[in-house]
Design a protein around this ligand. Structure first.
Ligand SMILES: [Zn+2]
Length: 262
């Protein structure tokens, strides 16, 4: 997607189209500058010497050694804009053959790079968000307007860190999932923080950037994130890619797929 400064000046409905134009121009340029075969984007199949740098340079993110957050090199595909977590989830879905025609699949805060794959393979695809132009449904995930056990699968990445009552959101995700269904619930987290850091008295954008590393984050998850998922009822497995996959596709060596089942 194109820079935030430009996003504010342009009507939201035009973002996906202009984002494509921006990425395409940047992609051509980066293919010239960073010509090579060292890394491959599984989402768009383009190859480069390396991916682009990405992320906020805020001190708290470096201090917390964030996985999936903070400024890092070799992170963003110049062609389609995919980040490490999107490539990780894409590969996981493909390699495990988790998608089936006709399955009811809920994609919250849809990433464009994943959306294409999910739409191709799932005939019953629901995208939802509070305000993303890529989503068809407007949804507050602490109050999901679907019956119990409606979905076969849910993908919800980098959403829970924005939600004050994240446990309620996790319980809702659990409720609308079929027994035996699965979900992928990626979040940015700190591997050096035993307990999740949150403080409801931190409310201004400036203070949230200082304390949580992003203007609209309400916490930094720690190593207890998995325990929270289990508290909501899920059975959790943390799935790590192998070293070759990490190098080939420019993934974060520390980032697992947070894979849960009901
Ligand atoms: Zn790509």
């Amino acid at each position: 997607m194109f820079p935030h400064q430009l996003q504010r000046l342009i009507p939201r409905k035009l973002h996906p189209i202009l984002g494509d134009v921006y990425n395409r121009s940047r992609g051509y340029l980066h293919r010239l500058i960073s010509r090579g075969n060292e890394v491959t984007c599984p989402c768009c199949k383009h190859r480069f010497r390396r991916f682009l740098a990405h992320g906020h340079p805020y001190p708290i993110l470096a201090e917390m050694q964030m996985v999936g957050g903070g400024y890092r090199l070799n992170a963003e595909c110049a062609w389609c804009g995919s980040l490490e977590r999107e490539r990780l989830v894409y590969l996981f879905l493909e390699q495990r053959a988790l998608l089936h025609a006709g399955m009811k699949l809920l994609h919250i805060a849809p990433e464009k790079s994943l959306q294409k794959l999910l739409q191709q393979q799932s005939t019953d695809y629901y995208s939802a968000d509070l305000n993303s132009p890529l989503a068809r449904l407007t949804m507050d995930i602490t109050k999901i307007d679907f019956p119990n056990g409606y979905f076969d699968a849910i993908i919800c990445n980098h959403v829970l860190e924005h939600i004050p009552d994240d446990l309620q959101a996790m319980r809702e995700l659990y409720r609308v999932l079929k027994p035996g269904g699965w979900a992928i619930l990626q979040v940015p987290y700190s591997p050096i923080l035993e307990q999740t850091l949150e403080d409801p008295s931190v409310t201004s954008a400036r203070d949230r950037i200082r304390v949580f590393g992003q203007r609209d984050h309400v916490r930094i998850y720690g190593l207890d994130y998995g325990h929270r998922l289990e508290q909501a009822g899920f059975t959790l497995t943390r799935e790590m890619p192998d070293q070759e996959t990490i190098s080939r596709y420019g993934l974060d060596t520390r980032e697992p797929v947070w894979f849960v089942r009901k």
